[in-house]
Design a protein around this ligand. Structure first.
Ligand code: HAM
Length: 428
């Protein structure tokens, strides 16, 4: 029978063990980012639509055609956040950025929404893990953010990722770059599709976001961003590269990288994984030194990144879950359930961090042992990564004697232990 209701197109349910992998990745992010002084920020999923059109930019794909926007019951235009940087900046301004520590280091993990064509690694509801460092203008802040990002990726087992780096001009340099791009593209504009022709006049930097091969061909030989940097931006960019070389972070420069959001200035970067295809970056980020002022605040420099958590989990080289010990409390029959539950409680109080699961299926000893062995062998359905299974069998005899039998599966060792000893034992 097919179910009456299905998850909305482009959205997914995350169930164990997948959901546990997401939780493990988030917990490693908390440890690594926390180690650099980042505290967590949680902003609302709903924001006013204007926040995104003014920050991400009216002519970007995100704002132009990917946002979930609707009027609420009072006629206000609201949007499900397509990204989290604008919300972080809004929250910092709303709380009074002047009263906050500087630099302000914040990280987040949460759902984002973009109306894109769903495919592998691309969803309409997806998750990002990101970090923003606010209030430091110098290149050391870009470098620290990238070093932290690599610490995180290395903790997850990635060894061969490389950053793609570029520097985009702000202010007058940006205008000059846009003009030069227009001059390059206009004579060839007939080859462009309708959307891209509109971009030439409205915001030619957005041509670099186009997936159309004809547009890519037109952009070949176009002027590059680095030719339009002012001396300050140029030396900032040179310093960032020097920092990265000293920190051993591999990078390649890509003159065509401008990133699909308008708020970037100076450094921009992405990390692409081969297994996801070149269209799909695992993460992206950069500086956004004008965004605070653009949103009505003081001129505060900032830099940050966001990782596509779904994409990251899909290409993880290893299992991010900490291995845990499982105590599998196995009653011989339903009459032993109350005693089994008392045994499980005693074990939990003596073994913090372990999983203590009582088999309440009534399947009995033989089938219970089969299930326990399957879990140890890496049964795909089990939520946790299990390093050892200890089957704690309780039958009528154990109940009468107030003991248990403990079998360590990998050691094939079994011993009888009094109930009273369970709370005290940390290992058998
Ligand atoms: P973004 O490049 O738009 O940047 O998104 C960051 C990452 O989110 C992408 O590299 C990708 O991994 C993931 N992502 C984007 N769209 C989807 C999708 N439809 N399905 C799955 N994953 C997706 C930003 O959002 C900026 N706020 C990053 C930033 C933070 N810049 C400075 N601070």
């Amino acid at each position: 029978m097919s179910p009456a209701y299905r998850a909305v197109k482009g959205t997914r349910d995350l169930l164990p063990p997948e959901s546990e992998k997401y939780a493990a990745v988030e917990s490693i992010a908390r440890q690594v980012f926390g180690g650099y002084g980042y505290g967590e920020i949680r902003t609302p999923i709903l924001e006013s639509t204007e926040l995104f059109s003014r920050s991400v930019g009216e002519t970007t794909d995100i704002v132009h055609k990917e946002m979930y926007t609707f009027l609420d019951r009072k006629g206000r235009s609201l949007t499900l956040r397509p990204e989290n940087t604008a919300g972080v900046v809004r929250a910092a301004l709303e709380r009074g950025i002047d009263r906050m520590p500087r630099p302000l280091r914040l990280w987040y993990a949460g759902e984002q929404f973009r109306y894109e064509r769903p495919q592998k690694g691309r969803y309409r509801e997806f998750r990002q893990i990101g970090a923003e460092m606010i209030g430091v203008p110098g290149s050391a802040s870009d470098a620290e953010v990238l070093v932290m990002l690599f610490d995180f990726l290395q903790r997850l087992g990635f060894i061969d990722l490389s950053v793609t780096l570029n520097c985009v001009p702000g202010g007058a340099g940006r205008e000059a770059f846009a003009d030069a791009l227009r001059s390059h593209v206009r004579p060839r504009a007939r080859r462009l599709g309708e959307d891209d022709r509109r971009r030439v006049e409205e915001n030619p930097l957005r041509l670099f976001d186009s997936k159309d091969p004809e547009t890519k061909a037109v952009l070949e030989g176009a002027p590059t961003t680095v030719e339009f940097l002012d001396p300050e931006a140029a030396s900032h960019y040179a310093e960032v590269k020097e920092f990265l070389r000293e920190s051993g972070i591999p990078f390649t420069e890509s003159p065509a990288l401008v990133r699909g959001l308008d708020y970037y200035t100076v450094t921009v970067f992405e990390v692409v994984s081969k297994s996801l295809g070149a269209q799909n970056a695992i993460l992206g980020g950069g500086r956004y030194d004008n965004l605070f002022a653009d949103l009505g605040g003081p001129p505060l420099p900032a830099v940050g990144f966001a990782i596509g958590e779904d994409r990251l989990v899909e290409v993880l080289p290893g299992d991010p879950r900490e291995p845990r010990e499982l105590w599998y409390v196995l009653p011989g029959s339903p009459e032993d359930f109350p005693y089994a539950m008392a045994v499980a409680r005693a074990l939990r109080s003596g073994h913090a961090g372990a999983v203590v699961e009582t088999d309440l299926s009534g399947r009995g000893f033989a089938k219970g042992f089969t299930r326990a062995s399957a879990i140890l062998a890496g049964d795909a359905d089990y939520p946790f990564r299990v390093s050892e299974v200890r089957v704690v069998s309780v039958g009528s005899q154990e109940r009468a004697e107030q003991t248990v039998k403990i079998k360590t599966l990998s050691a094939r060792r079994e011993e009888a232990v009094p109930l009273a000893a369970l709370t005290r034992r940390s290992r058998t």
